[in-house]
Design a protein around this ligand. Structure first.
Ligand code: H2B
Length: 96
């Protein structure tokens, strides 16, 4: 899958207000009520990652989940990252 240009990424990000583009990747941080809710979301995200065969760099500190998405093979951001970001949004912000 081909790497998107910075302009293409910024245009797509208009529909992903939680996400920012820098360092050749897209990044988001989500805060939950507590560790249990955070880890529960991470478990659900993990199943989506397996289904999409695309995986985040992520860290969790108590109730905060920080996610970085890029496509290693392409050396940047591709539609695979946006497809996973969309799946993550549906899990984290189910009302949207
Ligand atoms: C072999 C397998 O398809 C690749 O290693 C996949 C797995 N998950 C991945 N996840 C991410 N974020 N980037 C990749 O390039 C990637 N490659």
């Amino acid at each position: 899958m081909s790497k998107l240009t910075a302009q293409e990424i910024e245009t797509k990000l208009l529909r992903f207000p939680d996400w920012e583009y820098y360092d050749n990747a897209i990044h988001a941080e989500f805060e939950f009520e507590n560790f249990k809710d955070c880890f529960s979301a991470m478990s659900r995200i993990a199943f989506e990652c397996e289904a999409l065969n695309h995986h985040p760099n992520w860290t969790n500190v108590y109730n905060v989940l920080t996610i970085t998405l890029s496509t290693h093979d392409a050396g940047g951001v591709t539609m695979k990252d946006f497809n996973l970001a969309e799946a993550i949004e549906h899990i984290v912000e189910p009302e949207e």
